[in-house]
Design a protein around this ligand. Structure first.
Ligand SMILES: [Mg+2]
Length: 259
């Protein structure tokens, strides 16, 4: 993995040859770590620079959060939003979501009840209902209860498939979603293709993210500029920046290319 800021010149050349479209994850990419996911926010300085960039190129925020949540949290009208790992999106005020028929409603309900019971039993555990998906956050769980809690979650995990669901652990969260092919990678490719068809020219996707679900996007965009927040040996991203502060530094650098 290469440190992004050591390769700025080559990347600038690439972006001069072909205009970019910018994809950004939210939690721990744009927003600093929040122990409670309800408290995650977009720093004002980042918001301002994103707003300015979106006057020059398409900017897409792509997250596992639900669409209404991410729109409120970012609050910039000129962006494109993708929620629920690709199952919902909004562009220019038009909202689209995966057909509700793909939703394993009974399965989601069963899992939700199991999650609510766990949250009752383990104070500090939060259930996030996202209509298409459901997440269990355990960053606030006291350390001494963690292993007992995880044993219970791991018991639920194998039962997801028969309910038409799948689950993944990442960053003190267990996220459960429909077992479909849609992921951040397929969603990025769809947005990229739509924008390219509209502008009749090829675009260079830039993708920045920090988590496991972002790996689907890194893998889907080998022709793009893929940047992981945090160096890792096990990532499909080509470059890394060190932290959320450096994502903002990257955004400031990118904006300067247009002005
Ligand atoms: Mg993230």
């Amino acid at each position: 993995m290469k440190y992004f800021f050591k390769h700025k010149i080559q990347i600038e050349r690439k972006l001069n040859a072909r205009a970019p479209v910018l994809f950004l994850d939210f939690d721990l990419t744009l927003s600093p770590l929040a122990r409670n996911p309800n408290h995650a926010f977009l720093p004002v300085a980042t918001k301002n620079v994103l707003k300015e960039i979106s006057a020059h190129i398409p900017v897409v925020v792509i997250t596992g959060r639900k669409l209404s949540d991410i729109k409120k949290r970012v609050g910039i009208k000129t962006l494109i939003y993708i929620g629920n790992h690709g199952l919902e999106h909004e562009k220019s005020g038009i909202t689209k979501s995966a057909p509700l028929s793909i939703l394993p409603k009974n399965g989601l309900k069963k899992i939700k009840n199991k999650f609510l019971n766990l949250a009752k039993k383990y104070p500090g555990v939060l259930v996030e209902e996202k209509k298409f998906t459901i997440a269990l956050h355990y960053r606030l769980l006291p350390r001494e209860n963690k292993s007992a809690f995880l044993i219970e979650v791991k018991k639920i995990h194998p039962s997801l498939k028969k309910h038409g669901l799948r689950g993944s652990f990442d960053k003190k969260t267990f996220d459960v979603r429909p077992d479909t092919k849609t992921n951040k990678g397929t969603a990025c490719l769809w947005v990229l293709e739509t924008l390219q068809n509209k502008s009749h020219k090829k675009l260079t996707p830039i993708y920045i993210g920090d988590g496991k679900t972002d790996e689907d996007a890194f893998r889907a965009l080998p022709q793009g500029i893929t940047i992981r927040v945090g160096k890792s040996k096990h990532s499909y991203a080509e470059y890394y920046v060190s932290n959320v502060g450096e994502v903002r530094k990257f955004l400031v650098w990118l904006l300067k290319l247009f002005i």
